[in-house]
Design a protein around this ligand. Structure first.
Ligand SMILES: CC(=O)N[C@H]1[C@@H](OP(=O)(O)OP(=O)(O)OC[C@H]2O[C@@H](n3ccc(=O)[nH]c3=O)[C@H](O)[C@@H]2O)O[C@H](CO)[C@@H](O)[C@@H]1O[C@H](C)C(=O)N[C@@H](C)C(=O)N[C@H](CCC(=O)O)C(=O)O
Ligand SMILES: Nc1ncnc2c1ncn2[C@@H]1O[C@H](COP(=O)(O)OP(=O)(O)OP(=O)(O)O)[C@@H](O)[C@H]1O
Length: 496
């Protein structure tokens, strides 16, 4: 790209050295910059990118964007000084890729719970009806059936634009993105032109970062504000009005809103909901009439997710019949109330619930279907060095199950004793165990289970690791549980 065009997007304080006519690459990581590229020094929470200028130059960086004085050989490199490099890369990244989000229908999904579920349901149905779709979020970036690993739910602004560009180049017509409150507050979505914004719900989480629910709600609202003000375009907000924060989202945008709800009046409603352990049916009330809907997903929370998906795809212009055909065949997102295939006499779910509301919803999804003489065992941990206020509330919600095992979920640098003590403070009954080592906790869950019991392993979901200290150690709740179940019940007990 011509460097004059690229840098004309920036408020520049001064330029030292000569800018090349063309720059070939844009990077914020010294380890990935290519020859002839631009390296932007970002001051992070952990390190300062200005410390890696020489490394970037060794890799071939031709232009450095910095906010404080750096020394380079001005015969070989140019330095563009700006006030704030984080804001600078937000302007440079979309321009470098020629504003790729304008080439597709962009759907952003935000909310405390349900982002991954809703995003993947949207992607599945779009693929089912033959649309070329991409999706990115906590589970990864899914393009053309290949799942690329992602570090964050919402990637940094440069990676975000790179992914959108990749999807546009692959001729995708829709891209769905999970939009986290951190991503919105840190400007990771700058330059992403959304067409449809979806709000699932807001409940206690991430208060280590946002401090108050008010701030957290404000952050989520930024997605709706980001729809913009160009009313010549057709855009929509999709809002759950059973959630008290729904109204706040609507205030953030002038675009038309399609509402959904189970309890209140809304554009899209579900009535006659029949929940079973095998799946769910309901009558969909929509602006174009009533339809019978069915899906293999379980739990009332998935009815909300389905309504969000139906409303978003209706806004995009799909026929109701094709949406509902697609809904009928979609699988659960990886690690979201995902049933583990086993011939053991236990029902095991792997789930990602790690907020109080999600824990309650996950338990409620199976509790009504448990035999009177069997138990629901719930294994729950919480992350170290993160939101501590939610810990007792998580345990309080977990107490709805018959037996609870409190453990860790990425303890990081925090000793498990403090994590468990803060969880334990919320327990509402005595039928529980505190086990810091997650593998031991999983094995204990199986060891106390009797035939017919249900176990939910919550918090790890799709993740195949546990972060201890700074290390990512391999960990799989499902593998450990099955191993322990084999020891306890033996192979093929059901044949007896
Ligand atoms: C607190 C936070 O937002 N951290 C994010 C931040 O990390 P950081 O500021 O520590 O980055 P850093 O390591 O200091 O690096 C600073 C700069 O130096 C550069 N660098 C670094 C090393 C080097 O050798 N060379 C080099 O150039 C880096 O590329 C970077 O540009 O920037 C990183 C790169 O974009 C993110 O991956 C990282 O997310 C971490 C993993 C994280 O845990 N974030 C959480 C709080 C988060 O954002 N969560 C939400 C989901 C919430 C939900 O569940 O809903 C999310 O969207 O993921
Ligand atoms: N609409 C919903 N309301 C409440 N709980 C939900 C909802 N959808 C899913 N859940 C529960 O929350 C857990 C996390 O779901 P999901 O991964 O879809 O949410 P998320 O918003 O992407 O979470 P994260 O931001 O942590 O990645 C699920 O495993 C399930 O237990």
């Amino acid at each position: 790209m011509e460097s004059e065009y690229l840098f004309s997007s920036l408020p520049i304080k001064k330029v030292e050295g000569n800018l090349p006519e063309i720059v070939t690459d844009l990077a914020v990581d010294s380890r990935t910059v290519n020859a002839g590229g631009v390296f932007v020094c970002i001051e992070g929470f952990t390190v300062d990118g200005h410390a890696y200028v020489q490394k970037a130059i060794d890799q071939g960086a031709r232009v450095i964007v910095a906010s404080r004085e750096i020394e380079v050989d001005l015969d070989k490199q140019a330095v563009v000084y700006v006030e704030d490099t984080t804001r600078a890369v937000a302007l440079l990244a979309p321009r470098f890729f020629n504003y790729p989000s304008k080439q597709m229908t962009m759907i952003g999904v935000t909310g405390t719970n349900g982002k991954t579920s809703v995003s993947n349901m949207l992607h599945s149905i779009l693929s089912h009806v033959g649309e070329k779709s991409a999706v990115t979020g906590t589970i990864g970036f899914n393009l053309d059936g290949v799942l690329y690993e992602t570090e964050n739910t919402t990637a940094d602004v440069l990676t975000t634009q790179q992914m959108i560009n990749q999807a546009a180049n692959a001729a995708c017509t829709t891209m769905t993105m999970e939009v986290s409150s951190h991503g919105l507050m840190e400007g990771r979505l700058a330059g992403t032109e959304f067409d449809i914004a979806v709000f699932t719900n807001l409940s206690h989480d991430h208060l280590d970062f946002h401090k108050t629910m008010e701030n957290y709600g404000y952050a989520k609202g930024l997605l709706f504000a980001q729809l913009g003000q160009d009313l010549s375009q057709s855009k929509f907000g999709i809002v759950n009005v059973d959630d008290p924060w729904g109204g706040r989202m609507m205030e953030m945008t002038p675009y038309p809103i399609l509402t959904y709800a189970v309890h209140k009046n809304a554009d899209f409603m579900a009535k006659d909901i029949k929940l079973t352990v095998e799946g769910t049916t309901f009558t969909l009330v929509s602006p174009v009439g009533e339809f019978e809907a069915s899906m293999s997903l379980i739990g009332e929370f998935n009815v909300y997710n389905a309504l969000a998906v139906i409303a978003a795809l209706f806004a995009k212009g799909l026929e109701m019949e094709e949406i509902l055909d697609g809904l009928a065949v979609i699988p659960a997102a990886k690690g979201r109330m995902e049933k583990v295939e086993t011939d053991m006499p236990l029902t095991i779910y792997i789930d990602y619930a790690h907020s109080p509301d999600a824990i309650e919803k996950a338990i409620q999804a199976v509790l009504p279907y448990k035999d009177a003489d069997s138990k629901l065992i719930f294994v729950i941990g919480t992350g170290g060095n993160r939101d501590r206020q939610k810990r007792p509330i998580m345990a309080e919600k977990a107490s709805i199950s018959d037996y609870v095992i409190l453990t860790t979920d990425d303890p990081r640098d925090e000793p498990f004793e403090s994590i468990l003590a803060e969880l334990e403070a919320g327990m509402k009954h005595e039928r529980y165990a505190c086990i810091g080592d997650r593998e031991e906790a999983v094995r204990h869950a199986v060891s106390v289970a009797d035939p017919g019991d249900i176990i939910i392993f919550a918090g790890k979901g799709h993740e195949d690791f546990q972060i201890v200290g700074r290390e990512k150690l391999p960990h799989s709740d499902a593998t450990i549980a099955l191993d322990e179940a084999k020891k306890k019940f033996g192979e093929g007990i059901l044949d007896n």
